[in-house]
Every structure is written in C-alpha cells, then in structure tokens.
Design a protein around this ligand. Structure first.
Ligand SMILES: [Cu+2]
Length: 198
C-alpha cells in the first residue's frame, strides 16, 4: 500500500521537474489518489480496531463460566409399554446422552401397570436439575434434589431434567415391579434397557 503510493508520488515529482504538460493533470490525479489512500487507510485502521474488538469479545465469552443447567433442553422420550401377563418393555430400549448437555427425558407410561425407571449407575452419573410432574399436559409439581429412581403410574408421565457428568455404558436399567398376573418381575419379562453417556 505504502510502496505503491510513494512510487506514484515519486513519479509525479519527476514529471513536475521535467515541466511536462501533463503535470497539472497529474497533480489532480494525485489529489484524488491521495484522498483515496486516506479513505483506505481510515477503513483499514477501523477494520483492525474492529477485529481486535471481536477477538476480545470472543475471549470474554469463553472465559465467563456457564450454568449448564440453564441451557435449552434436548428432549428425549421413553415409553413404558406392555400388557399384564404378557410382556413389559421400554421403548426405545437404549438411550444415548452426551456429557455437559441439558436433557428433558420424558417418561411416559402407556401401559396398564405402574413401572420403575431404575438405574443406579446412571443416577450416579448425572446432575438432576428437577423432576417435573405433569397432568393433562399441565405442570403439577417439581421435585429437586438427588434422584435415584422414578416410578410412573399408568397413563401418566413425568419429565426428568438432568445434565450427564460422567461417561459410561450402563446396562442396569430395569423395572422391579411384579406382574399382576404371573408374579414375575417386569425385568424378567423384558423390561430392561441400556443407557449410554458419551
Ligand atoms: Cu414395569
């Protein structure tokens, strides 16, 4: 930038010295170029300032700690399904979560029996923000604190809001309830699952 401009100034100076007829024309061109140069340098200066300003903003943004429980929740749904005396199962049978993200896990019981969602290794690997109890799509209650397992009655649902804090593959998800007709545990009839935290 500088070199082009000074090259031109030099050239103009030589031409004026030579008393060329074109010198007046060149002086005008020179004024315009000078003006353009100043504008470019002005823009360049503020562009540099703006770039540093953005870098500082990014740095501040990353250095301020974030409350992980106040993110927008990622919604997942698990259904309790089955018929008494026949079968009981979770749908889906496998749940996958990622560390550090807030989840809203909806546990919906669409069967004729009450069911447990019980996994001690999973409950030790998360931070629970709350359990929210809903009735007819309306919020009924919030339960806060450490949660180990939950039980949901037929045709009802709850939401488990949590942030996974430890990775692992947990194969101890099961339901301990006994079947009303054959006396077997629901887990023995198929109500088992896997939870993966990446
Ligand atoms: Cu069950």
């Amino acid at each position: 930038m500088y070199s082009i401009y000074f090259l031109y100034v030099k050239l103009r100076y030589i031409l004026i010295l030579c008393n060329s007829n074109k010198s007046i024309f060149l002086i005008n061109i020179s004024i315009i170029l000078n003006f353009c140069y100043r504008i470019i340098m002005f823009v360049y200066f503020y562009k540099t300032i703006f770039t540093y300003f953005i870098i500082i903003l990014i740095y501040i943004n990353f250095s301020v700690s974030q409350d992980l429980t106040r993110q927008d929740p990622i919604e997942k749904t698990l259904y309790f399904k089955g018929v008494s005396g026949e079968s009981h199962y979770y749908e889906p049978r496998e749940l996958v979560f990622e560390v550090g993200k807030l989840y809203k896990l909806k546990l919906i019981n669409n069967s004729d029996s009450k069911h447990y969602f019980s996994s001690s290794s999973f409950s030790k690997s998360i931070f629970t923000r709350k359990i929210q109890v809903n009735f007819k799509s309306k919020k009924l209650a919030e339960v806060k604190g450490i949660i180990n397992e939950v039980e949901v009655w037929p045709n009802h649902e709850i939401e488990w809001w949590f942030v996974p804090i430890k990775t692992g593959r947990f194969e101890d998800l099961y339901c301990r309830v006994e079947d009303m007709k054959n006396g077997l545990k629901h887990s023995e009839m198929g109500m088992q699952g896997v939870i993966i935290i990446k």
